[in-house]
Design a protein around this ligand. Sequence first.
Ligand SMILES: C[S@@+](CC[C@H](N)C(=O)[O-])C[C@H]1O[C@@H](n2cnc3c(N)ncnc32)[C@H](O)[C@@H]1O
Length: 240
Amino acid sequence: MARDTLFDTAAPADKFEFNERVADVFDDMLDRSVPFYKEVIEMSAEILGGSLQAGDAVYDLGCSTGTTLLYLARMLEAKNLRFIGVDNSKAMLDKALRKARMFSLAERIDFNEQDITRAQFSGAGGVILNYTLQFINPAVRLDFLNTIYNGLRPGGVLILSEKVVSRDKGFKRQFSDSYHQYKKNRGYSELEIANKREALENVLIPLSIRENMDLLSGAGFSRVETFFQWFNFVSFIGRR
Ligand SMILES: C[S@@+](CC[C@H](N)C(=O)[O-])C[C@H]1O[C@@H](n2cnc3c(N)ncnc32)[C@H](O)[C@@H]1O
């Protein structure tokens, strides 16, 4: 796995983009920047395993390099499911396809290059939206979640993971300090952490837990719960 040193530079940070340079080091970036990334995927597989039905389609919106779908395709092999990954970064999808071929799973997963806010789907058994809603314009998030709700079959499940922000100044600082320490412990320097934070300014726009819950309810999900939290990282489940 190529090591992420993208922000180890004295040059002013450009706006963060999911381009080829990011795609090249993305798996290492997630591994060292998203707390409990692997465990959240494992929990998602467990949740989906308990509710998917044979023939169901499972969508991963903002699938990046396909890590989650590759895991699900292996773990839920017996269920005869259709796996579809959607992302608008060609560099990410090229990498996803290479990984799928490496694990002989390319036949079982479709990767589509598309804007997820324009994707049409119906009758899905599961939709995964991990660490991606935060990059979508807040003004369209409700409509987008409503499209997802309408695309799920009754009993279908949405798994949403997000970086969140506390509206309480003290907790906001405390959680952000813990996250800063988390990244330092995983080998990122102060410079890299500061540069990335600047590059993500106004690109990654986090909401609070409550705001995300309200969005999910407003989009139609009457049954919503959190199933994981590490400081400012939270995973939600919504059931249609
Ligand atoms: C932080 S990554 C998601 C990580 C991935 N879900 C995982 O758990 O490994 C965000 C992804 O969303 C994609 N993305 C952002 N906005 C998008 C949009 N409007 N349509 C499609 N993909 C989008 C980016 O290209 C990127 O690959």
